[in-house]
Write a protein that binds this ligand. Structure first.
Ligand SMILES: C[S@@+](CC[C@H](N)C(=O)[O-])C[C@H]1O[C@@H](n2cnc3c(N)ncnc32)[C@H](O)[C@@H]1O
Length: 303
């Protein structure tokens, strides 16, 4: 994502962003979020209990104050919960595209260590590539903040200290032993990424051309039922990419998967941690095993 770090609140709430009411609402939401994370069934398959999850959540919250980041700890919990929910029987790695200083990497590495998965951390570590013609200005339709746009520039979000700086952050606060760092622009690196099976992708790469590179090379390896998360749920260009039937047919030979959480991201508890996702599904299986819905008006509205 793409706001000035000093302005970025990460976690915006329905009640507004200032004042006592907003702070109380925020406190309530955050508490419920942590309780929900601890109490639900995620992690059961890996023998990770409620206390361990509470401790993990505390660590994530504390870490979030220690590395300059463009994502919130609440978003990290969403991703971690998802990693803990993936059945142990589904083998594969987690991939992060766009790590900046490694704040999300730290949280993902802790979840990967607990679930015995590798984490591929992909970035140029030198910031954004040059935007393609036409993508310099990115219009965002964020339902609470009205229309706004970002202006992207080459080199924005260069990792402080480069790859070594990110490694140091993960060594200090996460679990670097699960990480495989992949340096370079996605268009060059992702086609040869050393994994056959992916169970979760988190991209925070801003530019739609970067997101398309991630989809092109990572989607085929994503396992069925698994999710490709995006930190660009408000970007018209990025969300459109998930519905672009021509692009999906030409590049991946499949229909587009669509996108959950367009606008503000998916809702979790009382708010939106500004993340959406596409899920890899088989249309055939949905038709065979999914729940058939009878449309309310299909037989007329008479009683
Ligand atoms: C907004 S920052 C990521 C913020 C990060 N998720 C966090 O938690 O603070 C965007 C990142 O994407 C990377 N990036 C964007 N497009 C890329 C590309 N095509 N190849 C490599 N890195 C890219 C940039 O270098 C930058 O680190």
């Amino acid at each position: 994502m793409s706001t000035e770090p000093s302005d970025w609140k990460g976690w915006e709430i329905y009640a507004g962003e200032r004042g006592l009411t907003a702070r109380l609402f925020s406190f309530l939401n955050d508490s419920l979020l942590v309780l929900r994370f601890a109490a639900n069934q995620s992690g059961k398959d890996y023998g990770i209990g409620r206390l361990a999850k509470l401790k993990l959540a505390r660590r994530i919250v504390r870490n979030s104050r220690r590395v300059r980041s463009l994502t919130s700890w609440q978003l990290h919990l969403v991703l971690i919960e998802e990693i803990l929910r993936i059945p142990k029987s589904v083998k594969g790695d987690v991939v992060e595209c766009g790590c900046y200083n490694g704040a999300t990497t730290i949280s993902l590495s802790l979840a990967c260590a607990l679930t015995n998965r590798r984490l591929f951390v992909c970035d140029s570590f030198e910031g954004l590539p040059a935007p393609l013609p036409g993508e310099e200005n990115d219009i965002n339709a964020d339902s609470a903040r009205e229309m706004l746009y970002y202006h992207w520039e080459e080199g924005e979000f260069t990792s402080e200290g480069g790859l070594d700086g990110v490694k140091r952050n993960v060594e200090r606060l996460g679990d670097v032993s699960v990480c495989r760092f992949v340096k370079g622009y996605f268009e060059n690196t992702l086609k040869d990424i050393d994994t056959d099976s992916i169970v979760l992708v988190f991209e925070d790469a801003d530019l739609v051309s970067s997101v398309r590179d991630c989809l092109r090379y990572l989607w085929p390896k994503l396992q069925e039922g698994c999710r490709f998360f995006s930190h660009e749920p408000a970007s018209i260009a990025v969300v459109s990419a998930f519905y672009d039937a021509g692009w999906w047919k030409d590049n991946l030979g499949t229909p587009p998967p669509g996108f959950f959480g367009s606008g503000r991201g998916i809702a979790v508890v009382l708010a939106h941690p500004f993340v959406g996702y596409a899920e890899k599904f088989s249309a055939e299986k949905v038709l065979q095993q999914g729940q058939k819905i009878v449309h309310g008006g299909s037989r007329g509205y008479q009683a």
